[in-house]
Design a protein around this ligand. Structure first.
Ligand code: BES
Ligand code: ZN
Length: 637
């Protein structure tokens, strides 16, 4: 995953940024929980920025979107502040592959003076520190720059890679540390900023951002945005293309290329109900609008919680709303992640573990407990599989990522183990009590970035200390700092699982022919459980029997296809070969690319096939997906 490991010694510590050091944990006194986040900034080993000396508060962005050069060109004007008495004359920013041509500083935002700057030699993971010298009373810094065509946070699509096939498309993906490849910033999740942007595009295209999008703005090639709430840099997002809109409610809607608007609107018709359910559970939705942008298929993730406008893969448009858990997930980030943010990538589980827990609470409220249970069982299976695959150190929630690409931390551990930990707290203290705690947590830390230690301190003061006997049943330290699962961890259960497993057994034992499997009312999730209950590899003849009965090779549901194709590779079921190539060349979602390429490279013939497919697909994948697959297939090695 990611760009690969970097020896600790090779991480360059430039400009005194102190990188490579472990974040210093604030003293864990049981003091008032308010003495946290802002006062005890944790070291972020993935940023060169110096926010404790001088901090970026706001960005004014101004770009031309140059499709022919695959470049964003323009300025970032940063408003900075120093702590009381601070006299810093050196602002350190993160960049990666930016061509910086000018830096200026200003006291008042009207008169500007040239500022000396230097760009350090690049580190493979962190990029280049940009140091700007400025007078001690300067409050603004303006950087003139352009992005490079290979920027890790941008993907420039040819018309042929879009649904409409007529217009080019650009989209960003900033999490974890890719914002620096398109904006010079202190690219750390503990630096929150507001922003405004002016974006000039070809006249026929529309731009949207993680800001105040207005679908009534005329399409004239000039777009203005404002994000008035302070957000971390990894949530800054932009997309430009032939993008249309359909409303779903007064505050929610879908954006996408015109041919995809109708199907997307039908798929997400429950969106307003989800928002209401989330508000009832976790407090008011504080970002005004909630829209979903459905991207072209090369979008490397399932979804990305860009505030006010979730970015999503089209592979969740199944036609039957079966994959909308992803929308519940990204919506839940409006509380966990966007409102209360992980201060460093070591605290990533605070974003994702909370979000998975909230996602299932939303699903339960909107679709009932059976739906939430089955998602939890699938998640638990993912967790077991992941724990068997990663080294011990990566099984801890509070993970050490120093010297590594933070994208490597995005395994099922922070997601599923994190969610299980919260479920353990809920089951121990009771739902009512736990819900009160959760709501208090979101209110207390709203618009702050916090560390795992901040969370633990708040948890002790506001839940554990009130019920010491109950608290004794939850080994908090083990959950957070140790590999594996505590013996007392909850074990998700779903009635559907037993039923589906019984059918699988009956078929495997030869008691039921495939055509007699009682699958009448099975949802996508039951199909996934069924396929996962079968041994791998499976006899080729048995694969063919299932396929004849249920047309799995022809399935248009991306999750079922992914599961089935992985089985087909392991079982050398060649009937699915064409579908495999078609799937791998028609979308670039990392969650699907990774297991399928990994399954392929296990045999020499499979590896050859992987390379043959990848040679065609690689130019269509996003830089982040390319980095992942390059490593799996040994591209260029
Ligand atoms: N924030 C993540 C995506 C992400 C994580 C991007 C780490 C870059 C680094 C997003 O909320 C997410 O978790 N997406 C999942 C879907 C979800 C339903 C588990 C995905 O993309 O698969
Ligand atoms: Zn997430």
């Amino acid at each position: 995953m990611g760009y690969g490991r970097l020896a600790a010694a090779a991480v360059m510590c430039l400009a005194g940024a102190g990188c490579g050091q472990r974040p210093v944990a604030p003293p864990s006194t049981a003091g008032t929980p308010t003495a946290s986040a802002a006062e005890n900034p944790a070291r972020d080993s993935h940023s060169y920025g110096n926010p404790s000396e001088i901090r970026v508060r706001h960005a004014d962005l101004d770009w031309d979107v140059l499709f022919d050069q695959k470049s964003l060109r323009g300025t970032a004007t940063l408003t900075v502040s120093r702590p009381a008495g601070g006299r810093a004359t050196r602002l350190v920013l993160d960049t990666r592959d930016l061509d910086v041509t000018k830096a200026e500083s200003s006291r008042d935002g009207t008169s500007w003076a040239a500022a000396a700057f230097s760009l350090a030699p690049p580190d493979k993971i962190l990029g280049s520190a940009l140091t700007v010298n400025l007078p001690e009373d300067a409050t603004r810094v303006r950087i003139t720059y352009a992005t490079r065509p290979g920027a890790s946070g941008l993907q420039w699509l040819e018309p042929s890679q879009t649904a409409g096939r007529k217009f080019p498309y650009l989209f960003t993906q900033s999490q974890a540390i890719h914002a620096r490849s398109w904006i010079p910033l202190q690219d750390s999740p503990q630096v929150r900023i507001t922003y405004r942007a002016r974006v000039r595009t070809p006249k026929s295209l529309r731009a949207v951002m993680s800001a105040d999008n207005d679908h009534e703005t005329p399409r004239d090639g000039e777009y203005d945005f404002e994000m008035p709430q302070p957000i971390p840099s990894y949530l800054i997002a932009l997309a430009v293309g032939d993008i249309g809109f359909a409303p779903l409610s007064a505050r929610a809607g879908v954006w996408s290329e015109p041919p995809v608007v109708g199907p997307s609107a039908r798929e997400f018709s429950d969106l307003e109900r989800m928002i209401r359910a989330a508000e009832e559970l976790f407090g008011p939705y504080r970002w005004e609008r909630y829209d979903v942008l459905v991207l072209p298929p090369s979008f490397p993730y399932g979804g990305m919680e860009n505030p006010r406008i979730t970015f999503a893969t089209p592979t969740i448009i199944a036609g039957d709303r079966s994959l909308v858990a992803l929308v519940a997930h990204e919506l839940a980030h409006s509380w966990a992640g966007n409102l209360v943010t992980n201060a460093t990538w070591s605290d990533f589980w605070l974003n994702e573990g909370f979000t998975v827990y909230l996602e299932r609470r939303i699903l339960e409220r909107v679709y009932g407990p059976q739906r939430a249970d089955i998602e939890a069982v699938l998640g638990y299976q993912d967790l077991q599989k992941e724990m068997a695959a990663v080294p011990d150190g990566d099984e801890v929630l509070h993970i050490d990522l120093a010297g590594r690409d933070p994208d490597e931390g995005a395994t099922d551990i922070p997601y599923e183990k994190g969610a299980l930990f919260l479920r353990h707290l809920e089951e121990t203290f009771g739902r009512q009590r736990f819900d009160r705690f959760l709501r208090g947590y979101f209110d207390h830390f709203a618009f702050q970035s916090i560390t795992t230690d901040d969370f633990v301190r708040y948890l002790r003061a506001n839940l554990l200390d009130e019920g010491p006997e109950l608290a004794a049943r939850v080994p908090v330290e083990d959950w957070i700092e140790k590999p594996g699962l505590p013996a007392s961890a909850p074990r998700p259960h779903s009635d559907a699982l037993a039923r589906v497993e019984a059918e699988a057994r009956g078929w495997l034992d030869g008691k039921t022919p495939a055509s007699k499997i009682d699958s009448g009312g099975w949802t996508t999730h039951e199909w996934l459980l069924f396929l996962r209950a079968l041994p791998q590899p499976l006899d080729r003849e048995r694969m063919a029997e299932l396929d004849r009965a249920f047309h799995l090779t022809a399935s248009k549901n991306s999750e079922i296809t992914n599961q089935w194709l992985a089985m087909a590779i392991a079982s050398r079921y060649e009937t699915a070969d064409r579908r495999l190539e078609e799937f791998l060349t028609s979308m670039g979602r990392r969650k699907f690319l990774k297991p399928l390429y990994e399954a392929l490279v296990k045999t020499p013939e499979g590896r050859a096939r992987a390379l043959e497919i990848y040679r065609k697909a690689r130019p269509t994948y996003h830089p982040i997906a390319v980095a992942t697959v390059d490593e799996i297939v040994g591209w260029g090695a």
